[in-house]
Design a protein around this ligand. Structure first.
Ligand code: UDP
Ligand code: MG
Length: 336
């Protein structure tokens, strides 16, 4: 059920947020890395509400090179959503998402494509080493991958970002996933297909600094855990059962002691017993409500994932695909 109607073989998707200092070097590296591959490619650059000159730089590049196409989102939606937008607009037989800061070396694309040509549908690039990251970031990232590996219902490969190659059939499958919480690593894993991995050394950022501070990373981790596991919801039911049981035992003990030894503080035993028991019961029922609410909340909002303000380099006959689940407001290309 391919929606592909162009003859582009490879779509590179780049999300950009305040990356004006990296753009020139990014295209230089990308173009020289793609040249020897000898395939028709496009570069889909998604400007994710940058506040610097990123958009102007991109448009300038597009003017000189029509392979560079630009989508300008209406505001900053975050990397995951920017990536989704780029993937929605990609028309290639394969799609490679890549960071704009050159932490995903464009030279690795050659290896990804080689594996793809061997017949794999997903080729992911796993970090053999990470440079320019503090021990705290490495430690927390490690802990995150360990936790998610334990509790997620689909296996999410370790030390693997969004840098990977996706065959068209995987891209079409991804587009059918309607969820609004786009934890891309999880979604990529969920769709399955024939997967292979290669290793690369992750350099530090070329210019600028990361926008993923610890608070953002924490929220990102929560997204991942909540959308791929019900454990955080379920655990409260068990805690509730545990509290109820212990308080029941404690209450029995208090009652028996009161019967045997008489009353030392009137009303104390019954109040404690009722308080602890009810507290436990409330947690159980909250846990059960949470089970439902968590599932409903995900589905119910129904907002579009992103809004496109304008785009450059797409013409309507070129097969710009919009999935039913994320109706984007798409304005026709502005002539520049
Ligand atoms: N990015 C984005 N929207 C955001 C934050 C980041 O599109 O709100 C892009 C950013 O321009 C870069 C990629 O996502 O191309 C990775 O971001 P960053 O280097 O800050 O993350 P890190 O490498 O530290 O995980
Ligand atoms: Mg980076």
């Amino acid at each position: 059920m391919s929606t592909n109607s162009s003859d582009v073989e490879l779509s590179i998707v780049v999300p950009l947020y305040n990356e004006e200092l990296n753009i020139d070097y990014l295209f230089e590296r990308l173009i020289s890395a793609l040249k020897p591959l000898n395939l028709k490619y496009e570069m889909i650059c998604v400007n994710d509400g940058s506040r610097d000159k990123t958009l102007e730089c991109l448009i300038e590049h597009h003017r000189h090179n029509p392979d560079i196409k630009v989508i300008n989102l209406s505001r900053n939606f975050g990397k995951e959503v920017a990536l989704t937008a780029g993937i929605d607009f990609a028309t290639g037989r394969a799609v490679v998402p890549i960071d704009a800061d050159l932490q995903d070396p464009p030279e690795v694309i050659e290896e990804l494509v080689a594996k793809w040509r061997e017949g794999y549908d997903v080729v992911y690039a796993t970090r053999r080493s990470r440079q320019g990251e503090s021990w705290l970031k490495r430690f927390t990232a490690n802990a995150f991958y360990r936790v998610i590996d334990k509790i997620s219902r689909v296996p999410i490969p370790r030390d693997t970002g969004d840098f990977r190659l996706l065959d068209r059939r995987v891209v079409d499958a991804l587009k059918q996933l309607p969820e609004r919480t786009r934890f891309m690593k999880g979604l990529f894993a969920w769709v399955g297909y024939k997967q292979a991995s290669i290793l690369f050394d992750r350099p530090s950022r070329h210019k600028g600094s990361t926008t993923f501070n610890y608070w953002r990373l924490w929220n990102f981790a929560l997204d991942g855990i909540v959308s791929f596991s019900f454990l955080p919801l379920k655990v409260w039911s068990y805690i509730g059962i545990f509290i109820s049981l212990t308080s029941f035992i404690y209450a029995s003990f208090l009652v028996i002691r009161t019967l045997v030894a008489g009353i030392d503080l009137p009303g104390y035993a019954s109040i404690m017993a009722a308080l602890l028991f009810l507290g436990g019961v409330q947690l159980i029922s909250l846990g059960i409500i949470g089970e439902y609410l968590g599932r409903v909340y995900e589905e119910v909002k129904g907002r579009p994932l992103y809004l496109v303000r304008d785009s450059y380099g797409f013409n309507s006959s070129e097969g710009v695909t919009k999935s039913v689940s994320n109706p984007v407001e798409y304005k026709p290309d502005r002539s520049i």
